[in-house]
Ligand binder design. Structure first.
Ligand code: NAI
Ligand code: MG
Length: 356
């Protein structure tokens, strides 16, 4: 089994945490002689932008296309506007490669103390599916009358039958096959947003009729955000549009220990294109260069990548080793109350793997 990975560390702590993920993958390949992972490194980032005026070369997507997976740190740098870094790299990859599923587990790992008090939180484990290709993140719109009293901006959300049906079908199918409670919660805001959200709700009901075994609730995003805090144990599979999913998953990360822990996978289910694995967090300029970023999210992402590649056993070894290190608590980074550096944590996970 030979896999080729496009390796894009990006900016800030993206570089630090992705290095640890790679170390862990290398430890797994030395454990299993049959596994070979080759990397092609890309220096596409805000630094690249400052030198070249673009986040990636014009044929960047062609360069990525032939790889089995893309492993990305984060992009973003204080001197470069965030919409430039996002629209110049991340969003074109997600869209061109039809990575329309953004999988974000909200799962309390062993060794992480639940930040919220309450019963049943120890085995908190659900998944948020964020629509990743359309919705509120459209570039349709513009700025008008700038510099006058009438200064204004308009941005249109795009919801298509094709886009909405495929993400909902994926979510229902997941709830039906893997869901512990066979329950799906769809985020909406059809009271305030009166075109796109009633459309979304209509398709939730329609696709639900294909999966009658799944209990479905359609919940307004504001209430849903509160329920993430007050009754997170009640969720199984949550599906949301691009913007709502983005916000919900940072909240999801917060209730299971913070951004340093939260992984995400941008999946092209048909496998026509490579899928991309990246932590939920950004480049964290406030702690960049200090060597204290938590690599847990990036390492977990490597586990999701192995799962996607069909390497289930190695993914399980990775997750087990990661949780052992968290449980033992000697190599925790400062965000989890420890004193260890990014690499000390990564090294410890490798030691656990190599001891198996
Ligand atoms: P952020 O996720 O980078 O940081 C938010 C807070 O969480 C900071 O206090 C940071 O120190 C902390 N944090 C994040 N990851 C951590 C880790 N692994 N270990 C310990 N602490 C961690 O979000 P922010 O500050 O909103 O954005 C910073 C830059 O990152 C911006 O330029 C933004 O556009 C970009 N960004 C990029 C993303 C991507 O490439 N996928 C995603 C989110 C933001
Ligand atoms: Mg986000």
């Amino acid at each position: 089994r030979h896999y080729s990975i496009a390796f894009i560390p990006g900016d800030g702590i993206g570089v630090d945490v992705l290095g640890e993920g790679r170390k862990v993958l290398d430890a797994l390949s030395s454990l299993d002689g049959g596994l070979k992972i080759g990397y092609q490194e890309f220096d596409w980032s805000c630094e690249y932008y400052m030198n070249n005026g673009v986040m990636m070369p014009e044929n960047g997507l062609d360069q990525l296309k032939g790889h089995d997976s893309i492993y990305l740190g984060a992009v973003g740098y204080p001197g470069v506007p965030d919409h430039v870094s996002l629209w110049g790299l991340l969003l074109p990859i997600r869209r061109q490669f039809q990575q329309y599923i953004n999988l974000r587990p909200v799962k309390l790992l062993r060794g992480i103390k639940p930040p919220l008090a309450g019963k049943g939180l120890e085995d908190l484990d659900f998944i948020v599916i964020r629509e990743n290709n359309e919705g509120e993140y459209s570039s349709i719109g513009g700025r008008m009358y700038e510099g006058t009293e009438m200064d204004m901006a308009i941005q249109s959300a795009v919801f298509t039958r094709h886009g909405v049906e495929r993400v909902l079908r994926y979510a229902f199918s997941l709830a039906s096959s893997k869901g512990k409670r066979k329950k799906l919660t769809a985020a909406t805001k059809s009271n305030g947003i009166n075109h796109t959200m009633p459309f979304w709700d209509e398709y939730v009901r329609k696709i639900n009729s294909e999966y009658p075994d799944v209990a479905t609730e359609i919940t307004h995003i504001d209430a849903l955000a509160a329920f993430f805090v007050t009754k997170p144990e009640s969720f199984d599979v949550v599906v949301a549009s691009n913007l709502f999913g983005d916000i919900l998953t940072d909240l999801g990360a917060a209730i299971v220990g913070g951004l340093g822990i939260a992984p995400s996978a941008n999946i092209n289910p048909e496998k026509n294109f490579p899928s991309m694995f990246e932590p939920v967090h950004g480049s964290a300029p406030d702690i960049a260069g200090k060597g204290i970023a938590n690599p847990t999210a990036a390492i977990w992402c490597a586990g999701m990548m192995l799962d996607h590649l069909g390497e289930y056993e190695l993914a399980a070894v990775l997750m087990e080793s990661l949780q052992q290190v968290l449980e033992e608590g000697a190599a925790l980074t400062p965000d989890l109350g420890g004193k260890a550096s990014t690499w000390e944590f990564g090294d410890e996970v490798c030691r656990k793997i190599l001891g198996k």
